[in-house]
Design a protein around this ligand. Structure first.
Ligand code: FES
Length: 163
């Protein structure tokens, strides 16, 4: 025959049980949170929507921007990207899509409607509408987003690949 449990042992048992439940409820999500970034693969490439083609006037550089988040272990880094869409005609495939990152030291260039050039604020470089270097230290024209598509509802998407 078993001995009756003392009041002290009963309270000890209940305390251990409640402690175990609390540890599980609080501990598992914490452990999952800590481990999760190490297990998650960040997207290295993606189709990025940059706007409705109908909102982009022919012949005028239309700016766009987007942000990508890189996950490296527990470190998350958000990086801004951008560029300009130049519609050369009404043809939805007749596009030039420039990366606004200067090819010198990666400052962001801005289109100047007055001067009809992209200006780099860092070292005064100038690029023409097609991204060719007109002046300054950049070693090559502005880079292009060469792959793009227009969805059925008229949204222009560019293909982004992490370099
Ligand atoms: S970073 Fe653009 S000219 Fe130097």
């Amino acid at each position: 025959m078993s001995e009756p449990i003392s009041r002290r042992d009963f309270i000890k048992g209940i305390t251990a049980l409640v402690g175990g439940v609390i540890t599980t409820v609080v501990g598992l999500p914490t452990i999952a949170y800590l481990i999760d970034p190490a297990l998650r693969e960040s997207a290295k490439e993606a189709w990025i929507p940059v706007g409705k083609l109908a909102d982009m006037p022919v012949g005028m550089p239309t700016p766009f921007s987007f942000t990508r988040v890189q996950v490296n272990g527990w470190e998350r880094t958000a990086t801004s990207h951008g560029g300009y869409v130049i519609r050369k005609s009404e043809d939805p495939n007749d596009l030039l899509i420039l990366n606004s990152k200067c090819t010198h030291l990666a400052c962001t260039v801005n289109w100047s409607e007055n001067d009809q050039v992209y200006l780099c604020p860092c070292h005064d470089a100038k690029f023409n509408r097609e991204g060719q270097v007109l002046d300054g230290p950049p070693p090559r024209p502005l880079d292009r987003f060469a792959e793009f598509r227009v969805t059925a509802d008229g949204v222009l998407e560019i293909f982004y690949k992490e370099s």
